[in-house]
Design a binder for this molecule. Structure first.
Ligand SMILES: O=P(O)(O)O[C@H]1O[C@H](CO)[C@@H](O)[C@H]1O
Ligand SMILES: O=c1cc[nH]c(=O)[nH]1
Length: 234
């Protein structure tokens, strides 16, 4: 047990899917895992362990933003031995060719700051996805016919954008979308020799203003979950 996770030793799998939304964790566990057991609910942050095609998997919420993700990812890696961590999140799309409900695989994540920022001081560390997971996720998405984009994203500290100039520069430099956790996940995985990937479903379009309601963000992103599971175990 840790300060934020009540699971007993052995109750967390080596492969963990990480949605920001704890209710998405509950929905995904009930929908995709067999024999899913609730292993954590401290602070309402739900975590379930079960199996998928014979493989043990945990699906655990992270909350929103890099400080919150950092707490869960640190404890999952350092205290419970998680080795493969795949964020399954929502994102806002930037370029018009990336459509709502498309999937983005984050090859790398830019940030203006993260909990790891103080560690790197003057260095702009470039966090990157695990290539094995990334290539398997891409193969899984194309095999299912899911529209998929691979490239850089922006892991922001804010949901409500006060920097349209920065959004413009990101768009100009080919950034595919915006979310709030992946960069810190990639940095922590690199630090601890674990594998990480962010598989994101576009829930909003920053450029066109289209947006899905919260219930759909919670329970309708099944392709993303299947792509993550196939990437982990293919
Ligand atoms: O849908 P999740 O996984 O929470 O991800 C995105 O949604 C939240 C903002 O609404 C942030 O956590 C952002 O990264
Ligand atoms: O962080 C996020 C997540 C979804 N949509 C956004 O615009 N930003």
């Amino acid at each position: 047990m840790t300060v934020h996770i009540a699971a007993r030793p052995g109750e967390i799998a080596e492969t963990v899917l990480l949605p920001g939304d704890p209710y998405r964790a509950r929905w995904a566990a009930r929908t995709f895992l067999t024999d899913a057991v609730l292993v954590n609910e401290v602070r309402g942050m739900l975590g379930y362990t079960g199996s998928w095609r014979g493989h043990r998997v945990t699906i655990h919420g992270t909350g929103m933003g890099m400080p919150s993700l950092s707490i869960y990812a640190n404890e999952l890696i350092r205290d419970y031995g998680a080795r493969t961590l795949i964020r399954v999140g929502s994102a806002g799309a930037l370029p018009e060719h990336v459509k709502v409900r498309d999937v983005i695989l984050a090859q790398t994540c830019s940030t203006t700051g993260s909990p790891s920022r103080t560690l790197f001081k003057e260095l702009n560390f470039a966090p990157c996805a695990d290539f094995g997971l990334l290539s398997k996720a891409y193969a899984a998405a194309t095999a299912k016919g899911t529209p998929v984009h691979v490239g850089g994203i922006f892991s922001s500290d804010t949901f409500y954008d006060e920097r349209p100039d920065l959004t413009g520069q990101l768009l100009r430099h080919g950034c595919l979308g915006v979310e709030m956790e992946a960069a810190e996940l990639y940095m922590l995985a690199a630090r601890h020799g674990a594998r990480a990937l962010a598989v994101l479903t576009v829930s909003d379009h920053i450029t066109t203003g289209e947006a899905l309601p919260s219930d759909q963000r919670e329970t309708s992103f099944g392709a993303m979950i299947e792509i993550a599971l196939e990437a982990a175990f293919a």
